[in-house]
Design a protein around this ligand. Structure first.
Ligand SMILES: C[S@@+](CC[C@H](N)C(=O)[O-])C[C@H]1O[C@@H](n2cnc3c(N)ncnc32)[C@H](O)[C@@H]1O
Length: 297
């Protein structure tokens, strides 16, 4: 979907473990230019090692992909041939990050992908109002028991500040009715943890901001691929792609277009792509991935 070929300029906006990055580098070298971004400094350190064979073609930036334009101007590059965004958390962040992304380990409730930013999950949980916490759990986590969980948190934190992922996971288990928890296919804390991570890292706002300007940075026939794991993220991407494909604002009963807004992209995935069973077996974390791709006209 990215159409990687030798000599092209490609951006991986979310390096993570550099799995995609390495494959892209293999395909665009010789002659290509690779730009890698991640807001987690561990991902940048890891990329320096994994992408060492391509070091003379690689430029790494520790920062948010919503600042892509700034990074490109530092390199004197106006436009690229392709950009990849693989949203969410990396395996490293979940399993070894030590920042409370997972309820499976007992870690400080941090959840910042970029540890230079101010807001942590701990601050949010210990200072947010019941209404704010309920809103986060319901909107970003689609958590049915959002109100009960928020009420339990407020009651608990009056006695003991919430500091660790285990404390929070145990509290969520006590807040959800036992019968309802038993029926769930996922761990009862899954949705709350995901919603806190989305709120702490302002993931939906950042994605919108990135989409506002990405077309300015793509060459004609340049490609953008987005891998989303969450229905809210995927909805944002789907809507934006649709608005680029059909920007015409004329009322539907007009016999012909008078607004003059012409399509900006070709949608390469009119139907979202999901992983097949074989891929899910090999990589269970891929199970809820949705891939959407476009080509700039
Ligand atoms: C799912 S992982 C990417 C995995 C990667 N494609 C690979 O092959 O290993 C997501 C990564 O994106 C980073 N990330 C998420 N949102 C970001 C943002 N707004 N700006 C920069 N990096 C971001 C996270 O820190 C994480 O390392």
């Amino acid at each position: 979907m990215l159409d990687c070929k030798p000599g092209k300029i490609m951006v991986d906006c979310t390096l993570g473990g550099s799995g995609h990055a390495r494959l892209i580098c293999e395909k665009i070298c010789p002659g290509g230019t690779f730009i890698g971004i991640d807001q987690d400094k561990d991902a940048i350190e890891n990329a320096k090692t994994r992408l060492l064979p391509f070091a003379d073609r690689v430029h790494l930036f520790h920062g948010n992909f919503s600042s892509l334009g700034v990074f490109l101007s530092e390199l004197n590059i106006d436009m690229v041939d392709g950009a990849l965004v693989d949203l969410g958390v990396s395996l490293h962040q979940l399993s070894a990050g030590g920042r409370g992304f997972s309820f499976r380990a007992d870690e400080p409730l941090d959840m910042r992908m970029d540890t230079r930013s101010d807001l942590t999950a701990e601050t949010l949980l210990n200072t947010g109002t019941a209404g704010e916490l309920e809103h986060i759990f319901r909107t970003y986590g689609e958590e049915r028991w959002a109100k009960r969980i928020a009420t339990h948190i407020i009651r608990y934190r009056d006695q003991n500040p919430l500091k660790t992922s285990r404390q929070l996971a145990d509290l969520i288990i006590t807040a959800i009715p036992k019968k309802a928890a038993a029926k769930q296919k996922i761990h009862p804390a899954t949705r709350v943890f995901m919603s806190l991570r989305i709120a702490v890292n302002k993931e939906l706002d950042v994605l919108e901001h990135f989409l506002d300007s990405i077309l300015d940075h793509l060459k004609p026939a340049g490609r953008l691929c987005v891998l989303a794991f969450h229905s809210l993220e995927d909805r944002i991407v789907k809507k934006r792609f649709e608005s680029w494909r059909k920007p015409c604002t004329c009322p539907p009963d007009f016999p012909r277009c008078v607004c003059g807004k012409i399509p900006l992209i070709k949608n390469l995935t009119p139907k979202v792509l999901r992983p097949g069973l074989a891929e899910i077996e090999k990589n269970p974390m891929a199970r809820s991935t949705r891939l959407r791709a476009i080509e700039k006209l």
